[in-house]
Write a protein of this length. Structure first.
Length: 96
């Protein structure tokens, strides 16, 4: 962390930032010092509690264990097609 920045205590100080238009949405710029102190890097979980918007580190990365779980299912023979094939009679004309 850059030592020239003052630490912002959770309960003692807050920053006001401007909500800016971003395309059809709106957003805020999160100051570097806040990102450094929170440990947040590229992806956040966003939720709302009352009038508070909460950004936090993701608990699990999306699809984090999918490859390992798929290999386990395959080893146990549990990777068969459950719902069957979804072909339609009209699909015969398609060139793949």
């Amino acid at each position: 962390m850059n030592k020239s920045h003052k630490s912002i205590d959770k309960g003692s100080a807050s920053l006001q930032v401007t909500i800016r238009p971003i395309g059809n949405s709106k957003g805020v710029v999160i100051p570097k010092i806040i990102l450094e102190q929170s440990g947040i890097q590229e992806i956040v979980e966003m939720s709302v509690e009352g009038e508070t918007i909460i950004l936090s580190k993701p608990k699990n990365t999306v699809r984090e264990h999918w490859a390992k779980d798929a290999q386990s299912l395959s080893k146990m023979g549990e990777d068969r097609l459950v719902l069957g094939d979804f072909t339609n009679e009209e699909d015969g004309d398609w060139v793949w």
